[in-house]
Design a protein. Sequence first.
Lengths: 125, 447
Amino acid sequence: MSKTYFTEEHEWISVDGDIGTVGITDYAQHALGDIVFAELPAIGAAATKGKEIAVVESVKAASDVYSPVTGEVTGSNSAVADQPGLINESPEENGWFFKIRLSNAADLDGLMDRAAYDAFLKGLE
Amino acid sequence: MRYLPLTETDRQAMLAAIGVQDTDALFRDVPKAARRDAPVDLPHHASEMEVEARFIAMAGKNLSAGCAPFFLGAGAYRHHVPATVDALIQRGEFLTSYTPYQPEVAQGTLQYLFEFQTQVALITGMEVANASMYDCATACAEAAAMAARITKRKKVILSGDLHPHYRSVTASTLQFTDIEVEALDPDPLGMEDLIGRVNGSTACVIVQNPSFFGRLKDLKALADECHAEGALLVVAVAEPVSLGLIASPGEMGADIVVAEGQAIGNALNFGGPGLGLFATRDKYLRQMPGRLVGQTADVDGRRGWVLTLSTREQHIRREKATSNICTNSGLCALAFSIHMTLLGEEGFTKLARLNHAKAVQLAESLAKVKGVKILSQSFFNEFAITLPKPAAEVVEALAKKGILAGVPASRFYPSYPELAEVLLVTATETNSEADIAAFAKALNEVL
């Protein structure tokens, strides 16, 4: 059974065993507007918690996506590369960015769960 | 409103407000020795007629390109610019418009930039070109940085064939980055081994074709080697008219092409402004610096133009932008584009053939002069010769005879005594047979 965590930079990571799936939140896609391009990491790339790993571009801005955990990239979502609008339509499911093998499960400790993230968003209003 | 708003009363009021006796007191911290105690010795104002007469007398000291047989090149080329070019670029809509930050109301500007990009992509043999850079030298530096971004490697190799200005601007621009520049020695005979230097840490190799010394090169093997090692090949072109005749860098496998566009539609203008051309492969589009115009359709399906992929640029992406350049050499690009349009594909090829024919004629004439040796085995419209005397002296002697003979290599490479007798000479469509004969005759006299 997977569990989903959130960062203050509006990434989510859904973890199943030692594999996490990473994307940006509905709040993030909404703030960015129409997304036109996503630059995804190559399989095998090393990701460091808190460091930029992908780029997402909308008609308004280009933003870095930070890796919520340290690990090795094991997959990237070609559907998003072909059809970046998927990130707007289904940010927290079909619009995922990449999969990562966690080096250290303790990386998840500082992240928020759904309830904490919702409260965090309320604080941003 | 007064043009000079500060009266003596204003000044006194300001000084009183900050509690200072006089203006000199504001400069107290400047050491006395560095301060000027008397006014600058400038001439008094003169009437418009006097100024004009004085400037005409000063200009008369120049031997200008249009007034003498002219054989200079080395990065700036004299070609005929049709009167239409100047007449059109001086229309107010073009002349006074700035980079289109509100693109939707600048459709005319965007359309000509789109056409410019198309022309640049076609002549370089590449898939995409931007709306121009400042000049070839800065474009070279941008290409090196772009190659480092794409390959995630830190080493760029500059061929000794690269124009020394491009080389020095590239090195200056990159000196405070983590990119390492390996610049090879000048190579008039084309002996350097670039292929042997490319390895798994090379971001790119930058070569020039035709070379600074005029030599034409087949870059296919170098391109293959670069690609085998995961490096990019950047080709610089100083004389874009050559592209009407020789295989394009794209055909030979270049990943990025940079060029100096001055030679097409733009005069020599005492050395500037230049026009940087920048083209690359579609797959590297998002790493390309600079303005990019795209074609689109409005809500009614009519053709229109936009600035596209602006998220690469610094006005949107700030410090993460692909480059600090956020503008383009619009008016020079327009002149280029108008001249190219007037020439058309056929005219462009004809112009290139004519240039080569003139250069061959020049080489044949100069080769007959005692003591002159043609160094370049193959060339387009420019080649290197060796003289039995220092080239700089020969150029001076010929200038006294009213011939602008070429550019001594020592002007760029003063610390290479082996290049002291090397002279770069160029012939274009502007050189008549009489010019060429006069050059050969005068050269014979001064040697």
